[in-house]
Write a protein that binds this ligand. Sequence first.
Ligand code: ADP
Length: 155
Amino acid sequence: MNLLFPGSFDPPHLGHLDLITRGAALGGRLVVAVAVHPDKRGWLPVEHRVSLLRACCAHLARVEVATYQGATLHFARERHLDALLRGVRSAADLDHERAMAEHHRQLGLDTILLLAPGALAHLSSSFVRQVHAAGLGIEALVPPAVAAALTAPPP
Ligand code: ADP
């Protein structure tokens, strides 16, 4: 089964990488796709998020990184992907993911939900951004490639 893992990944963190690693181990192709909202400026430029994701996933043979605009459903169809992959950290996440999953299921696209391991369940991109903004180290929160890129001294 070929899967699509859509998200903002702003920035990618260890919770995302855990999900990507486990999704890739399910056996098929896994497309990790940064959703682009032209009217919303994120924290990192989309191209930077893509290059960080590529660096984090370089060791995973069946993982591709892409971007898309518009409906996730249309992108999944275009790439011939069979189901969505999403993560669940909390009851709030589950409520949100359930609504999205039901919506997609009615349109013919199923969703696989994987539970975050306890040690990663507190992690979100916004938490990483807050820690970074406070000038604290993010090495324990993100893959080494992301920590290196975000803590590099200015040229
Ligand atoms: P975030 O919520 O960290 O900003 P995204 O919007 O990019 O991340 O979310 C993309 C997907 O990754 C969602 O399904 C979300 O539930 C999942 N995800 C985010 N953080 C984690 C985590 N710590 N563990 C498992 N899944 C996660």
